[in-house]
Design a protein around this ligand. Structure first.
Ligand code: ADP
Ligand code: ZN
Ligand code: ZN
Length: 746
């Protein structure tokens, strides 16, 4: 693009400089810079050289041209970013609230300077006829090695040198002498690390069922008619969703376009990758947090150069610099991990839709238990809905029992296993079938409370309960505070102050006591710290090396264990006790997923849901595997309290080292909102400020202000006003974060 001026974002994380600065493009560089390029520019009064990103090239100076500084140089080694990604960053900044530089850093490929890896390739420098004559000559002269190399190159035009050396047992000197004789050339070609090292046989896809084919055909017909929109596929686990994704991707590749396949990181297992690899060979690659920066960089380069058509990865895979994306697929679209926890706090779903608009691509969402957001939009007609109801691999839906833990206690059963769960467990152990026991979140397990007065042991620095560890200490999982366990309740002096003995560790212990000769595996954050440990536990269990697998959320996510015929959900309501408007939804999703684990093979499965609230609608609908029934009840509650998806919420979180400063600033922001025109719109609701749900972490105080309005634009305008207000003053002690439609309460 020709243009004499560049608008540049300086790579300094400070609100004051978070706007474009204009620079002159020097004569020598005219025509070279493009949006997305990294440059060196003099900045500030000392004209210190800084890095910046060009976001726009223009012919219109904003100031007196003679006062504009010049770009110093273009940084070549950096990855050049498509202007589309920059536009996406702008949108993210606006839509989610963040500085421009943070938004840019989120979408830009790995930015470190990385050494390009190279490999040597050999090819003929003479025609094939001549090569053949030389080859015969070498053979006559008993120069077997040279002849072999030439023969190989006559058959195949170019080959990696190391491959030929190994295969034909050729020494470096042979290559050199062929090169010196002018017969072959040895070239260094860039080489990209491929994190997928699988030697799988390529396999065609299954022949699609009628339902699957209908979904694929509908999407493609829209696509070929120039219609771009978002689709939602609701289908129970095993109903063939992944097969649909792969067919859609294959069709997009045929149309010359690329595909982004998002999968929650936790579900991005060897089996999943293998399946895609079998279908698409090395045209597919993977992006995840275990890749080295170099490997990540190389995947971006491969995408940019057109060497791959498909990327599989968690939410950040959205920012793979493909030239021409045709479809973005999001599997398990209800997963919380699609929302970023750092600024900008973007959600992969909406960001995918924005990116798709920039590329002219379609968005395809899939889930067994769609988020309320997506199903709501489907009901409104914004998304096109498809349903797959049957498991393709056979297997009937399991029988579900709901066990009331209060009743168990009344009947004198003080164990964490209800009578029914115990007898079913023993039945499986006798028959040699496998069971899984699922416990919600480690953080809630092990909290210590008084059975007499209800007092809960809390951290003195954070408003969260302490967890009892096996070594007899009480630990805060937020700040690490540790104290010895107490014998008497500090409130009422009763001795019935006890841990809720239901951490995964304790369950494992109990099982060992009950069934000393049986093998139990445990999977939680503690046992999966090292690389590969997750896969190892799964494959050990899969190979039948244990009778029972105990674990947290991790065991619930989409693994197929045909020999598992019993699933025990130990305390279904643990996630309901959290102060969070999505608690009901999350509980329903978890229970439904967990229930889906049992009876995947030919034998029917049974599920036991243990709970203190058997009458809760999340539990009842999950037991009945009734998504729509749950949706209808949940959406009423969201409507009543103006929660997403019916309304939108902007959470403004103020953190501060000094309690007063935080409180004052939060109050100022509230008055700003109340006084603004948007604050007076009929449907705006402003709540707070109040101390956050966890009011203090590590002695940093947290206040939160909630603003609700069904119109997202109103919230954006209020956010902009607050941002503007915050820019006016330097703040060292307080900081403010915005979170639109938060996934949990603060
Ligand atoms: P989901 O993604 O909904 O869990 P999958 O696509 O993984 O479902 O399909 C479940 C199982 O059924 C897999 O083993 C898959 O290979 C198989 N499968 C999917 N579609 C078909 C089909 N059309 N014909 C035969 N088997 C299929
Ligand atoms: Zn007490
Ligand atoms: Zn703490």
């Amino acid at each position: 693009m020709q243009g004499r001026f560049a608008n540049i974002i300086v790579d300094i994380s400070h609100e004051k400089v978070d706007r474009p600065f204009q620079y002159r493009i020097p004569e020598a560089l005219l025509g070279l810079p493009e949006p997305g390029m990294k440059v060196r520019i003099p900045f500030g009064s000392g004209n210190k050289l800084r890095t910046g990103y060009i976001i726009e090239i223009t012919d219109e100076p904003e100031f007196d041209v003679s006062r504009l500084k010049e770009i110093d140089s273009v940084i070549e080694e950096g990855v050049q970013v498509e202007s589309r990604l920059i536009r996406l960053a702008f949108w993210m900044k606006e839509h989610y609230g963040s500085t421009m530089i943070n938004a840019l850093k989120t979408v830009l490929p790995v930015r470190q300077k990385l050494k390009q890896q190279e490999k040597k390739e050999i090819c003929l420098r003479v025609g094939k006829e001549e090569a053949r004559a030389e080859m015969l000559q070498c053979e006559r002269k008993h120069q077997g090695a040279k002849a072999r190399v030439l023969r190989e190159l006559i058959a195949e035009e170019r080959l990696p040198q190391t491959l030929v050396a190994r295969k034909l047992n050729i020494s470096p000197s042979t290559f050199r002498s062929l090169q010196e004789a002018g017969l072959i050339a040895i070239n260094s070609v860039p080489y990209y690390r491929n994190p997928v090292k699988l030697d799988a046989q390529r396999e065609a896809g299954h022949r699609l069922s009628e339902r699957q084919q209908f979904v694929v055909d509908s999407v493609l017909k829209d696509y070929d008619d120039g219609i771009r929109q978002t689709y939602l596929l609701r289908g129970i686990t095993g109903s063939g969703k992944t097969e649909v994704y792969m067919e859609l991707i294959a069709q997009m590749i045929q149309r010359g376009r690329q595909a982004v396949m998002l999968i929650p990181e936790i579900a991005l297992t060897y089996q999943t990758v293998l399946r895609f690899y079998k279908r698409f060979g090395d045209r597919v690659s993977v992006m995840n947090s275990t890749l080295s920066p170099g490997e990540k960089y190389d995947q971006c380069e491969r995408a940019r150069k057109g060497e791959i058509d498909v990327i599989i990865g968690p939410r950040s895979a959205l920012f793979t610099p493909f030239p021409d994306i045709g479809i973005i697929i999001i599997d398990e679209e209800h997963e919380n991990s699609y929302k970023s926890e750092t600024m900008p706090k973007y959600h992969a779903r909406e960001t995918a839709e924005e990116l798709a608009a920039l590329h002219g691509a379609s968005v395809f969402l899939g889930s067994a238990t769609p988020s309320l957001e997506s199903f709501y939009r489907a009901k409104q007609g914004k998304y096109k809905l498809f349903t797959l109801n049957e498991r393709l691999t056979g297997g009937v839906l399991p029988t579900v029992y709901v066990e009331d833990l209060r009743q168990e206690l009344k009947n004198g059963n003080r164990s964490i296993f209800s009578k029914r769960l115990q007898s079913l467990l023993e039945d499986r152990l006798e028959r040699g079938e496998q069971s899984m026991l699922f416990l919600n979140r480690r953080g809630y397990a092990g909290f210590v409370s008084c059975r007499m007065c209800g007092h809960v042991m809390k951290c003195p620095h954070c408003d969260v309960s302490l967890s009892e560890h096996r070594n007899g200490t009480l630990v805060c999982h937020y700040c690490g505070f540790t104290q010895p366990a107490v014998k008497l309740c500090p409130e009422c002096g009763s001795k019935y102050i006890l841990g809720f003995r239901a951490g995964t560790e304790q369950i494992e212990e109990q099982l060992h006591k009950l069934y000393p000769d049986k093998k139990v595996l445990r999977m939680d954050a503690d046992t999966t710290k090292t690389k590969d440990s997750y896969e190892k536990i799964l494959s050990a269990f899969s190979a039948g090396e244990a009778d029972i697998l105990v674990g947290t959320q991790m065991i619930v996510k989409g693994h197929d264990f045909p020999n598992v015929t019993l699933m025990g959900i130990l305390a279904a309501d643990m996630s309901l006790s959290v102060n969070d408007y999505r608690a009901g939804e999350r509980t329903f999703q978890l229970l439904t997923q967990a229930a889906g684990r049992a009876g995947r093979g030919t034998r029917p499965g049974e599920v036991v849901i243990q709970t203190y609230q058997p009458e809760h609608y999340s539990i009842l609908h999950a037991a009945a595997q009734d998504y729509e029934g749950f949706y209808e009840e949940e959406i009423l509650y969201r409507q009543m309290l103006s929660y997403p998806p019916v309304s939108h919420i902007l959470a403004v979180q103020v953190t501060s080292a000094a309690q007063e400063g935080g409180e004052v600033l939060a109050g100022q922001l509230k008055r700003l909102c109340v006084g603004a025109p948007e604050g007076r719109v009929e449907k705006t609701i402003i709540i707070g400020p109040a101390p956050a749900f966890i009011g203090r972490i590590n002695d940093i105080f947290r206040y939160v202000l909630y603003v609700k309005n069904p119109d997202y634009e109103v919230l954006i305008r209020l956010k902009n006003r607050m941002e503007h207000f915050l820019k006016e003053e330097d703040r060292k002690d307080e900081s403010v974060q915005f979170d639109f439609d938060p996934m949990s309460s603060f």
